[in-house]
Design a protein around this ligand. Structure first.
Ligand code: HEC
Ligand code: HEC
Ligand code: HEC
Ligand code: HEC
Ligand code: HEC
Ligand code: HEC
Ligand code: HEC
Length: 365
């Protein structure tokens, strides 16, 4: 009954003009009849309004190319969107590491929900409609129609990171080892990867072109996005953190394990922007190589991951993204676990900790 009523209501306003009047979304790709020829009914036919419709409707066009012709076999081909214009995101979502749009929890989505979640017990979910509002989105305004938290008010978003903070920021239901990304990227922190603002360090000597700490010349890239690190492992896939063969939905491999010999592939993500040669020749931290490669003689320790010392996002406490991995590093004999910096661009500091049986009380560099 509910469904019939809604469909009847839709039938009355079956034109984008009627539905969109005064809403300013006439640029929307999916309400453009040259791109989505069947209009509202394309999606709103047997559509579950309660749960955002799910991914199955979207992948008719954004999935394996055979789906489009099967689903619309009665429609002459010239009225269908051209395969070549459609972005196939299904392949990435079927990979090992992905946003769970095909999992049953995706159906927890509600059009009326307010994010970030305030109930710690609420199950986490992600469906296409959580990240895309198809009534509004266009190539020019990909996040149009999605609301996020700006300081304390909930309003429309314009930046990718605001989308992510809906679920990976102040959400009360963050899972296990997850951290609050809004807190880590805050530009008031001592250090952060430059997503929301330009970075704090003026001597990131390892940076590869076109990356620069600050924008001096027009070719410099001094800001990066979540999508520069999170996305498909296949560079020709559509953009977006849909899925990847790499853990944590990363564009390149990154191992967070301790005690394994260094190889370019292990930390390929970092080496995309930071010169491996610079890091391993100790251009900044003079004991980088010692820790990353391990000792060559007199010890069985094979080397550790960047993750043992650095957070990939930001640090609310330290400069240089220093955040010790407590599964590997512990307090020293005096019960201290801390990093002390001794002046920016001087490459000097002190560490108080214990690691692989070596007490640092402190160790200076
Ligand atoms: C490309 C698929 C698609 C097309 C085309 C489409 N919609 Fe939707 N519509 C959705 C999805 C997905 C939702 C669920 C949004 C949510 O739950 O967050 C939705 C939700 C709605 C709702 C529920 C309230 C709301 O606004 O969220 C109405 C009403 C609606 N659509 C009307 C229309 C009308 C009228 C048209 C044609 C002008 C249309 N839709 C075209 C996918 C589509
Ligand atoms: C009838 C085919 C069709 C369906 C069904 C469809 N899309 Fe699209 N979509 C298109 C076309 C055509 C484009 C423009 C070319 C492209 O980017 O693939 C597009 C573009 C997009 C874009 C890029 C930004 C933009 O707005 O241009 C997003 C995001 C997107 N679609 C999401 C979705 C989601 C989510 C659903 C399901 C609710 C969906 N689409 C259902 C045809 C479709
Ligand atoms: C509607 C909620 C939602 C939004 C918005 C969202 N995510 Fe997620 N994300 C999830 C859920 C649910 C998972 C599954 C694991 C979990 O519960 O965190 C996940 C998983 C991930 C993972 C893998 C985590 C792991 O431990 O392997 C990454 C990386 C990620 N998201 C990045 C992003 C980025 C980048 C954005 C913004 C472009 C984003 N997410 C937006 C809900 C969301
Ligand atoms: C410089 C690369 C880089 C950037 C930029 C980046 N990430 Fe990550 N992210 C990583 C790496 C590496 C991991 C895996 C190690 C870890 O957990 O820190 C990760 C892990 C994650 C995870 C899973 C762990 C958790 O805490 O839940 C989520 C979610 C995530 N990132 C979200 C984001 C969001 C949201 C943004 C943008 C606001 C972002 N990332 C920007 C590299 C990056
Ligand atoms: C966790 C959030 C999230 C989910 C869930 C999600 N997307 Fe995306 N999607 C993004 C982001 C972020 C982008 C990149 C926008 C940009 O280019 O800035 C994107 C881009 C796209 C594009 C355009 C790609 C391009 O290269 O132009 C399409 C099409 C798309 N998504 C479809 C879908 C469909 C269909 C689903 C569900 C099956 C889906 N997305 C689920 C976040 C998400
Ligand atoms: C044992 C801890 C430790 C490990 C492991 C480690 N670093 Fe560092 N790293 C540091 C410290 C300490 C500094 C700060 C040096 C200073 O005082 O400026 C630093 C600085 C940096 C800088 C900023 C300066 C520059 O060189 O551009 C980058 C980038 C960096 N590390 C990348 C990496 C990467 C990539 C890895 C893994 C391949 C890694 N680090 C592994 C401790 C570590
Ligand atoms: C997409 C490019 C990109 C990737 C990938 C990347 N970085 Fe960076 N990184 C930057 C930029 C740009 C800066 C300069 C920020 C600044 O000015 O402080 C930076 C700065 C740093 C700094 C110094 C921050 C400070 O405030 O002192 C460290 C440490 C660092 N990165 C470590 C890593 C590690 C570890 C990885 C891999 C997990 C990684 N980066 C991956 C672009 C990248």
């Amino acid at each position: 009954m509910y469904k019939i009523l809604i469909l009847a209501a839709l039938a009355c306003s079956l034109s984008a003009v009627a539905y969109g009047a005064g809403r300013g979304f006439n640029q929307a790709t999916h309400l453009d009849s040259t791109k989505v020829p069947r209009g509202c009914a394309t999606c709103h036919n047997g559509f579950n309004f309660k749960t955002g419709g799910g991914a199955s409707i979207c992948i008719i066009c954004h999935g394996d190319t055979s789906r489009l012709s099967q689903e619309y076999k009665f429609i002459p081909k010239k009225f269908l969107p051209r395969d070549s214009e459609l972005k196939n995101v299904e392949t990435d979502f079927r990979k090992t590491y992905h946003h769970p749009v095909f999992e049953p929890l995706a159906a927890r989505h509600r059009a009326s929900e307010t994010m970030p979640e305030s109930d710690p017990k609420a199950p986490r979910h992600a469906t296409c409609a959580d990240c895309h509002n198809v009534h509004y989105s266009s190539p020019a305004s990909k996040f149009a129609g999605i609301k996020g938290k700006r300081t304390d008010v909930i309003s429309s978003i314009t930046n990718e990171w605001e989308l992510c903070y809906r679920c990976h920021g102040d959400a009360a239901n963050l899972p296990g080892r997850s951290t609050n990304k809004r807190a880590l990227f805050a530009s008031t922190n001592p250090s952060y990867h430059p997503v929301e603002a330009e970075g704090r360090n003026s001597a990131v000597v390892s940076l590869l072109k076109p990356y620069k700490e600050k924008k001096f010349t027009p070719g410099d890239v001094s800001r990066i996005t979540c999508g520069d690190c999170h996305g498909s492992d296949n560079a020709s896939s559509p953009s977006g953190p849909h899925g990847s063969n790499n853990q944590f939905i990363l564009v390149e491999n990154y191992s967070i394990r301790d005690d394994q010999p260094e190889a370019p592939q292990l930390y390929a993500l970092c080496y995309r922007c930071h010169s491996r040669t610079s890091i391993l020749s100790d251009e900044s931290f003079k004991y980088h190589s010692l820790h990353i490669n391990g000792r060559t003689t007199g010890s069985s320790f094979q080397g550790t991951s960047c993750y043992t010392c650095h957070d990939s996002h930001g640090s609310t406490e330290n400069k240089y993204l220093i955040r010790f991995n407590k599964e590997v590093v512990s307090a020293n004999a005096n019960g201290m676990l801390k990093f002390v910096e001794k002046g920016l661009a001087s490459f000097r500091g002190e560490c108080y900790l214990s690691c692989h049986g070596v007490d640092h009380n402190p160790k200076k560099y």
